[in-house]
Design a protein around this ligand. Structure first.
Ligand code: SAM
Length: 194
């Protein structure tokens, strides 16, 4: 293999018709953890350009996708896209979306290069995603959330542990080695908000 791993996944995504190399991170997570088993309806936070949504639609899921930026994929009868800032969604808006079996967040802040600031922004997006999951997940629903490693991630992990029966940390092979990102996976939500 002559390519660096990043180039390999970018080329693979292009060849396979996915809008981003990120799709392979979700595929790896879904291979290792039963996040898609029995799942009908998925909330995809930070969905643009749309490779996770593409993969979910291929798996016949119903998807509500949210991002500040537009999706780069075609409309689909099982897809509802909302162009909004996730941090500005309130409870009354969220309640219009119904309940979900799986909440995903691949949200990432625009990085500034200032490590502490980028970590704090990533944490804030992850905390928002967890709060939304707590509002909208069906009991026994699952959660997958990207986060940048920092001194505060352990506290966030504890919050996931207290919401789900099982919680894991996972760094996919397809995630760039020099990136501080990793994923927190929560399986089988305890009773969430009704
Ligand atoms: C790594 S990309 C997601 C890639 C996507 N999972 C895919 O497979 O195509 C991160 C996304 O998070 C979005 N994002 C960042 N902050 C956000 C916010 N506050 N509300 C909604 N989306 C946000 C960005 O606009 C960006 O599209």
């Amino acid at each position: 293999m002559n390519y660096k791993r990043g180039d390999f996944y970018t080329k693979k995504a292009k060849k396979e018709g996915y809008k981003a190399r990120s799709v392979y991170k979700l595929q790896e997570i879904a291979k290792k953890y039963p996040i898609l088993k029995g799942v009908k309806k998925v909330l995809d936070l930070g969905a643009a350009p749309g490779s996770w949504t593409q993969f979910l639609l291929q798996k016949q899921k119903w998807v509500v996708a949210i991002d500040i930026q537009p999706l780069a994929i075609k409309p689909h009868k099982q897809l509802h896209f909302i162009q909004k800032d996730v941090t500005e969604l309130d409870e009354s808006f969220l309640s219009t979306l119904g309940k979900f079996d799986l909440v995903l967040s691949d949200m990432a802040p625009k990085t500034t290069g200032i490590k502490h600031l980028d970590q704090q922004r990533s944490l804030m997006l992850s905390e928002t995603a967890l709060w939304i999951a707590q509002q909208l997940l069906n009991p026994k629903g699952h959660f997958v959330c990207k986060i940048f490693e920092s001194a505060d991630t352990q506290n966030f992990f504890k919050a996931v542990q207290s919401t789900f029966q099982k919680a894991y940390r996972f760094k996919p092979r397809s995630s760039r080695k020099n990136s501080k990102e990793f994923f927190i996976i929560g399986l089988y939500a305890y009773q969430t908000a009704s």
